[in-house]
Write a protein that binds this ligand. Structure first.
Ligand SMILES: N[C@@H](CCC(=O)OP(=O)(O)O)C(=O)O
Length: 516
């Protein structure tokens, strides 16, 4: 018989699973069931991290306040009041079963520095090897604007990448992701398995789910699933009503993968509930969720499928540094690329490395080694020929101009409906337009021998779109990248006096692939 495998499991409990929505009384039966589940997982040799919201909710109860304060300082004060009591409650419950716990309070600022990040990773490693259950929350009393994780779904996803978790369980007040709000829509269908979060976004309505107290809801769960699955973590949304389902879900998943029974035993012999959208063995892979990808069965090897939605991990998980770069570092500036570079960077063979030929410009002052946003600038509607030529010129490493020759660009107005760019000054995202030039063509892509590859007729009404598509680590500072933008890498030593790398940005994770 195969030796039992030991997993690292991160379990996240939202505010709505910790305190009552209106009275703010702690939900003791849920908390106790979570404690029993965690202790049972520990007894089987698994490592467990708990991400617990609820500080503000517990603080509200302590101060007998009816509503969450509006001001940031009010919330921070309540979190300070509630966090101590919350961790005391957990310590008390775990203490009854002899399980030591540790409090870990994190902010994005704490881990945006590589050294502090590694310190946090090492602390987790040490705690887990000591058999302790770390209980993580955001350090609300010092978290403001950009250093805030914003919600504990994201925090739990980042935590799961830090501890290289096998599973992230997002326990909440619904038992999975539905095609619409199951509380309002009787036709809402649970989605069993998600292999593409991008595809699922267009098929489900997430905005109506969420409680009074939490900051999350389904949208933040999808973001969390995106972060965690990209790092290779199987992510599950299920109800906090029956935490023992965690065993059954792992067991069911193992059986799905191996077609045999699993090393994980349920901690009680209760029968699993039968899911509402039960399929009989032999049903086809499509369900009433339409084109939503559904690949599993409600029963396998005699195991009944517990209600949940499973997000499959990426088959090519990001290396740790990449995960760190894309999700934890606050970018210090922006590198603007063309759509050809965007396409190439989206392919695995690119190795996440950007040649200067694909750079249109930089914004902000950053040093080599700092995180940068990768922003693509594209015409609102680009013809197939233009798009192919742009890709060709980047792949060939051709210069868009000879050195020291200004890139000719059309006068343009900027339009962007992309909300992720809220913190970027859009106007400077366009490379400067040289007023001296009155070219008959507004954009030329030249070979070094001067032969024109592409000529775009001047079109003063062209609308440009800009969109943040990824993050990476700069190999050169902003002034240096500005100097070598659009050129072959062979110009780097000549223009900068040295060349550490032929790439200007590395460790790039493209989170938004090109449309076509
Ligand atoms: N850190 C905050 C929780 C943030 C929050 O609301 O998270 P969630 O309930 O998961 O949406 C607290 O402990 O109250």
């Amino acid at each position: 018989m195969a030796r039992p495998r030991h997993f690292t499991v991160v379990i996240k409990l939202g505010t709505s699973s910790i305190v009552h929505e209106t009275t703010y009384q702690p939900l003791l039966s849920t908390l106790s069931a979570v404690v029993e589940t965690v202790v049972h997982l520990r007894a089987q040799g698994h490592k467990v991290v708990l991400v617990s919201s609820g500080a503000i909710g517990v603080g509200l109860k302590r101060m007998e306040l009816a509503h969450r304060p509006k001001s940031l300082s009010g919330k921070q004060a309540l979190a300070a009041i509630g966090q101590g009591r919350l961790i005391a409650l957990w310590d008390d419950l775990f203490g009854h079963l002899g399980q030591p716990i540790a409090q870990v309070l994190l902010t994005r600022g704490d881990i945006s520095d590589r050294t502090r990040y590694l310190n946090a990773v090492n602390t987790f490693k040490e705690l887990l090897s000591m058999g302790v259950v770390p209980i993580v929350n955001e350090n609300d009393t010092v978290s403001v604007s950009e250093i805030k994780f914003g919600d504990n779904d994201t925090l739990s996803a980042i935590t799961s990448t830090m501890v290289h978790a096998d599973y992230l369980f997002l326990l909440t007040d619904v038992d999975g992701l539905y095609t619409s709000n199951p509380r309002k829509d009787p036709d809402a269908k649970q989605i069993y398995v998600v292999s593409s979060i991008a595809a699922i976004r267009s098929q489900v309505s997430t905005n109506t789910l969420g409680s009074n107290l939490g900051t999350g809801g389904m949208e933040t769960k999808l973001i969390a699933a995106e972060i965690a699955t990209a790092a290779g973590v199987t992510t599950i949304i299920t109800s906090s009503n029956d935490p023992k389902n965690i065993f059954k879900i792992i067991q069911y998943n193992n059986a799905l993968k191996s077609g045999s029974s699993t090393p994980i035993e349920p901690c009680s012999g209760q029968a699993s509930p039968v899911p509402a959208q039960s399929l009989s063995p032999g049903d086809s892979d499509t369900t009433s969720t339409g084109s939503v990808p559904v690949t599993d069965r409600p029963t396998i090897s005699g195991l009944v499928r517990p209600p949940h939605t499973m997000f499959l991990p990426s088959s090519a998980p990001m290396r740790d540094l990449k995960a760190w770069t894309s999700h934890t570092l606050y970018p210090s500036g922006t590198v603007i690329i063309d759509s050809g570079a965007h396409h190439v960077l989206s392919r695995r063979e690119s190795g996440g490395r950007l040649l200067p030929a694909g750079v249109l410009g930089v914004r902000g002052a950053f040093a080599s080694g700092q995180a940068v946003r990768i922003v693509v600038r594209k015409r609102a509607a680009v013809s197939k020929e233009e798009h192919e030529a742009s890709q060709r010129s980047y792949s060939d490493g051709l210069s868009t101009t000879a050195p020291n020759t200004p890139v000719l660009l059309p006068r343009a107005s900027v339009s962007s409906s992309i909300s992720t760019l809220h913190d970027i000054d859009l106007e400077p995202c366009l490379p400067p337009i040289d007023e001296e030039m009155t070219p008959s063509t507004s954009l030329k892509v030249l070979r070094e021998d001067g032969q024109a590859l592409v000529e775009h007729p001047a079109d003063h009404s062209v609308e440009w779109e800009v969109e943040e598509v990824g993050r990476g680590l700069a190999n050169y500072n902003s002034v240096q990248i500005e100097k070598v933008k659009g050129l072959r890498s062979s110009y780097i030593p000549e223009l900068l006096g040295y060349a550490d790398s032929e790439y200007v940005v590395e460790n790039i994770t493209i989170r938004v692939p090109p449309q076509s």
